[in-house]
Design a protein around this ligand. Structure first.
Ligand SMILES: [Zn+2]
Length: 104
C-alpha cells in the first residue's frame, strides 16, 4: 500500500486518488515537470543513473513519462513532483501526480 499525503485543496475529478475513484498501486517516482500544455496531463522527466560495465562508471540517463494531473495538486513547469502508478488512463498515461515535493 502506498501512503499518500492528502492535499489541502478539494476537487471533483473522478480520476483522483484523493477525491475520486482512482486506485494507485505499483511504482512511485519523483521527477521534474517539463510540460503542462495538455489538459489534465503533464510530462515528467525522470533522472536516473545506469552502470556501464565496460567503462566501470555510471551514466546519467533520463526518460519522460506522461502523468495525470488533478486540480487539487496544481503543478507548474520545473516543479519536483511525486507520481504514483495507477491503471492505464489513456494510451500513454498510467501515472498520476500525487504530491508537489518542491516548487520551481
Ligand atoms: Zn483531488
Amino acid at each position: 500500500m502506498i501512503s499518500l499525503k492528502k492535499p489541502e485543496q478539494d476537487c471533483s475529478e473522478p480520476d483522483c486518488p484523493f477525491h475520486g475513484n482512482l486506485k494507485v498501486r505499483g511504482r512511485v517516482f519523483e521527477g521534474t515537470v517539463v510540460s503542462t500544455r495538455m489538459q489534465r496531463t503533464v510530462v515528467v522527466r525522470l533522472e536516473y543513473t545506469k552502470y556501464n560495465k565496460k567503462y566501470e562508471r555510471y551514466a546519467r540517463m533520463s526518460s519522460k513519462i506522461t502523468a495525470h494531473s488533478t486540480p487539487c495538486v496544481p503543478v507548474k513547469v520545473g516543479d519536483l513532483v511525486r507520481i504514483a502508478e495507477c491503471r492505464p488512463l489513456s494510451k500513454t498515461k498510467s501515472f498520476v501526480v500525487v504530491e508537489l515535493v518542491k516548487e520551481a
